[in-house]
Ligand binder design. Sequence first.
Ligand code: ADP
Ligand code: MG
Length: 289
Amino acid sequence: MTVATPDTPLPAPAEGTGATYEAQASAGLTHLGLSVAGDQLDAAAQRAAAEGWSYSHFLGYLLDAELRHRHDKRVQLNLQFAKFPVLKRLDAFDYRAQPSVDHRIIDELANGRFLSEGRNVVLLGPPGVGKTHLAIGLGVMTCERGHRVFFTTAMDLAQRLTRAVDSNRLKRAINALMQPKLLIIDEVGYLQCDPVQASLLFQVICQRYQRGQPICLTSNKAFSEWAYVFGDDAVMASAALDRLLHKSTVINIVGESYRLREKKQAGTIAANLVTPSQRGPAAGGAQRP
Ligand code: ADP
Ligand code: MG
């Protein structure tokens, strides 16, 4: 038996012979690039005959297998492209451990509307409270909706763009950062940018804003400290915040580190190592201007 590929020439159907069309069906599906439907054709046809399916039920069943397969492949590619340091899901987030995170706000984000609205998501809080977890969770959700995502830390992003400047490829590098539906910039403010890095980060924020492409950003710094983040340039910090917050959901997480909390509960560190109320960078709760 010859195995049909999309490049295999299709045999011409003989006039009026139903049997020939049956032979044509599998080769035709493969020829059209519907190989999963082609593989399932015989089994689906037998089920259809045994269970008395309508023609459209049969076709829908066959296409469903093909479409599911394509979607799964696309999600896998999206997850690879995103370069998440680790996979985290929104449903693995323990809200009882972090009462300052409003479940309803995360659920609203999980419906993906912020992606089409070009609404940014800003997660603020001290170390260990789940900012990166939530950012990756939103990223994984976005990949599963069939979109491209790119995850980077602010410092990696700044260094990547500085290298691009050195090799005269800045335009291309910035253009590449415009392509993903969601750009996640983690750890903004952990390290201070120098003036060149600050201006490059600013360009990314500006250009995604102009194109209505959302950014999900995490920071341990309150907005009032963002001049430090942008290399002590208060004007640039304020211009960046202006664009980031114009359409945004801001989530301030307050409380203690999840890791330290677990260790404290396990009794492996002294309870007094964790201050009773490790404050976030700003007042708790979430806002959607
Ligand atoms: P941050 O980015 O705020 O420093 P992370 O998101 O890296 O914190 O969280 C540190 C670790 O604790 C990660 O493994 C994360 O999955 C876990 N974690 C933090 N908060 C929660 C939570 N509320 N529920 C489940 N896991 C959490
Ligand atoms: Mg983090």
